[in-house]
Design a protein around this ligand. Structure first.
Ligand SMILES: O=C(O)CCC(=O)C(=O)O
Ligand SMILES: [Fe+2]
Length: 388
């Protein structure tokens, strides 16, 4: 190979690695990696594909098996009425966080208009002409605001190349970590910016209340999970899909957060996996707020609480679906990485620490290397019982 060809080939491989986030791909994946590269270069997201009139799901998005849910199980997401006396609300939160790892909150004090408006500005952002939204397109995981079709890393479980690389959704991502003030969102249309900041302000109050209830449910002081902050806001737009049963809106994963507050419109598609078994639908309720437990809280609670595995299937060939996930973590300002482990109060002789302490960065590194699904990156930090 002459030096120029070798350099070009090296550049191509580097590009591929940057975009698929995986090291050492098999050469059989080359075409998929190039298709992924080209897709990102086009800067229009899934929405642009749909606008171009695709009638089939391109291979980059193909789910390996039809993502069916169990019709046999009638899953009703636990509901917590936040206007109940505190001890009752704590008991409900505790039961839900221990069993399914997801619950819905009612009487939460977040105005319905705040949620509706946030969902509709996300939809409007994505439905702007290509020229208005594509300048923000970036797969970088830094920056105050980015817009992209973001892949969730594939589990490295030896699945064949047909594993989908991309989810059928475009995400507008706002990052609030490391910043004492609101991030610079000047690139967003003003109405979009104002609604999303108001949404975050309102949900931050709710997040603090939920953190207190979750802490009390563990039998520790409310302040033990405080201060929390909505550090990352992912606003997802799932364009109508010509073959809904062949794509996934989101691959299966657990969230890396303490907990996540999720709102969605009435289209539906969110599913959870019960006890690592069957996938079941979470019935949509337009504007309802769901709380799901993430991996940080699973560790901090020493496995008292469970992080819920979830995914999004595409329900409609006509209707787009919009959802907003606000991820809550311990507040951190500046450069210091936060380290977390089982709370000392929850470690006893009968129940020793199930995890070693780990830093947020270690957790992120493991998630991108091993994928976000179970068996999870977290298992790397699990303390295994000594056999001797
Ligand atoms: O779109 C949804 O309902 C779920 C989104 C989600 O799971 C996430 O952003 O982590
Ligand atoms: Fe999630």
């Amino acid at each position: 190979m002459d030096p120029a060809t070798a350099r070009a080939s090296h550049r191509k491989r580097k590009h591929k690695r940057r975009y698929d986030g995986q090291q050492g791909m098999a050469s059989g994946d080359d075409d998929a990696a190039l298709a992924l590269f080209r897709f990102h270069e086009s800067r229009g997201g899934v929405r642009a594909l749909v606008e171009s009139g695709v009638t089939t799901v391109p291979p980059l998005f193909l789910a390996p098996t039809a993502p069916v849910s169990s019709a046999a199980v009638n899953f009703v997401v636990p509901s917590v009425d936040l206007s109940l006396p505190r001890s009752d609300a704590v008991a409900l939160v505790r039961a839900a966080a221990r069993s399914s790892g997801i619950f819905q909150v009612t009487n939460h004090g977040v105005p319905a208009g705040t949620v509706d408006s946030a969902l509709s500005v996300v939809r409007a952002f994505n439905e702007q002409p290509f020229a208005a939204r594509s300048p923000l397109y970036s797969v970088s995981s830094t920056g105050a605001v980015t817009y992209a079709t973001v892949p969730i890393p594939r589990p490295t479980d030896g699945q064949p190349v047909t594993t989908p690389l991309l989810s059928w959704r475009d995400s507008l991502i706002l990052r609030f970590d490391d910043r004492p003030r609101d991030p610079d969102l000047r690139n967003l249309p003003a109405a979009c910016r104002d609604s999303l900041l108001e949404y975050r302000r309102s949900l931050t109050r709710l997040g603090k209340e939920i953190a207190g209830l979750l802490a009390e449910g563990l039998g520790v002081g409310a302040e033990r999970l405080d201060p929390v902050e909505g550090v990352l806001m992912q606003c997802h737009y799932h364009p109508p899909c010509p073959e809904p049963e062949r794509a996934l809106g989101s691959r299966e994963h657990t969230d890396g957060s303490l907990f996540t507050v999720l709102s969605q419109d009435g289209v539906g598609g969110l599913q959870v996996r019960l006890d690592g078994g069957e996938w079941v639908d979470v019935a949509p309720g337009a504007g309802t707020l769901l709380v799901n437990i993430g991996d940080v809280l699973k560790v901090v609670s020493n496995d008292e609480y469970t992080s819920v595995e979830h995914r999004v299937v595409i329900k409609s060939a006509q209707e787009p679906r919009v959802s907003i996930a606000l991820f809550f973590n311990p507040a951190k300002h500046g450069e210091t990485d936060f380290v977390f482990g089982p709370l000392p109060e929850l470690v006893t002789e009968e129940k020793p620490a199930r995890y070693r302490s780990l830093s947020w960065q270690q957790m992120l590194d493991n998630r991108s290397a091993l994928g976000h699904a179970k068996p999870s990156a977290l298992d790397q930090f699990r303390v295994t019982a000594s056999l001797s």
